[in-house]
Design a protein around this ligand. Structure first.
Ligand SMILES: O=c1[nH]c(=O)c2[nH]c(=O)[nH]c2[nH]1
Length: 302
């Protein structure tokens, strides 16, 4: 006998809504640039089982809501997501939660004649700020983050003491380049009063701590440096419960210049783009309440 077929977890919405907001109240414009995804959760069984769209807030409407909210100014990505979550769950009884995600791209003013231009901008590096809100009923799970923050230190890193077998060719070193693209996501404590959090300040502070953690100590491995970076964030931010990292170890191999009669005292390297080591870990508080649902849909972290 075949078992009954039922509808499992579901969510729907508009993905990757690209919104650029120019604030032009004065001649000195401001730019905000985001990629936003909205997905609603709740009672959508009739749509799936009967073709009844009575509860289906169109993905098109979800997109329009993002653009409409941008009209008032976007602010921190986390604030926009909380606003969207509040809006959809309070406007439609059957929407009991959802998932909202944003990437934010930052722009600097072009420097002209020594001052930042009023309305011309240059994309600021490749670093991307990220945010995810998962809402279940009245509970908000909020994860801030960043990716593609590329860093390198040219000394104060080594790798020794690892096990060797018949396949080991790697030479031990006490002085190597350590380079990575930091991808990190940090989860605010469930129950935090988000109206009291200055998300831009928090983001800038965490970013600074990650960079400080990368530089601060001699690195015996990227694993150790990762843990130092995460610890600094959790020590300084009591409202953050865990931080996850995914970081490539971007290998820089010393080039053998001896065929050319030259020495190479750790100065000329081949920067390999692949393969790369991939170092991933979560740094958390022992007593943190786990919030697995907050992490569903975030690929590339363990
Ligand atoms: O920092 C490192 N961690 C490793 O796990 C590893 N493995 C390796 O070959 N080199 C390195 N470097």
């Amino acid at each position: 006998m075949s078992s009954k077929i039922i509808l499992g977890d579901n969510q729907f919405g508009k993905a990757e809504v690209r919104v650029v907001k120019i604030s032009r109240d004065t001649a000195r414009h401001e730019i905000e640039d985001l990629n936003v995804t909205s997905q609603l959760r709740g009672d959508f069984s009739a749509a799936h089982l009967e073709g009844d769209n009575g509860h289906v807030v169109p993905t098109d409407t979800q997109k329009n809501t993002i653009y409409a909210f941008a009209r008032d100014g976007i602010g921190a990505p986390e604030s926009l997501l909380l606003r969207l979550g509040d809006h959809f769950t309070s406007s439609f009884d059957w929407v009991t939660g959802g998932r909202w995600e944003a990437e934010a791209y930052s722009w600097d003013r072009i420097q002209a004649q020594g001052t930042g231009h009023d309305h011309s901008f240059v994309r600021n590096g490749q670093e991307v700020r990220t945010a995810v809100l998962v809402r279940e009923g009245d509970t908000n799970h909020l994860i801030a983050g960043l990716r593609d923050l590329t860093v390198l230190k040219s000394t104060e890193s080594g790798f020794t003491g690892y096990p060797k077998d018949r396949y080991t060719t790697l030479q031990e070193t006490t002085d190597r380049i350590l380079a990575t693209d930091i991808a990190a996501r940090w989860r605010f404590k469930t129950g935090t009063d988000f109206s009291k959090v200055d998300f831009n300040k928090s983001y800038n502070d965490v970013r600074g701590l990650l960079l400080e953690g990368f530089t601060e100590k001699y690195s015996h491995a990227l694993q150790q440096t990762l843990f130092d970076m995460g610890s600094k964030v959790l020590e300084a931010h009591s409202d953050i419960d865990e931080i996850k990292f995914s970081m490539p170890n971007k290998h820089h191999f010393l080039v053998d210049l001896s065929p050319f009669g030259l020495d190479n005292p750790n100065e000329v390297f081949f920067a390999a783009d692949r393969p790369y080591g991939l170092i991933e870990a979560t740094v958390t508080r022992e007593d943190a309440a786990s919030a697995d649902i907050a992490w569903t849909g975030i690929a590339g972290f363990c």
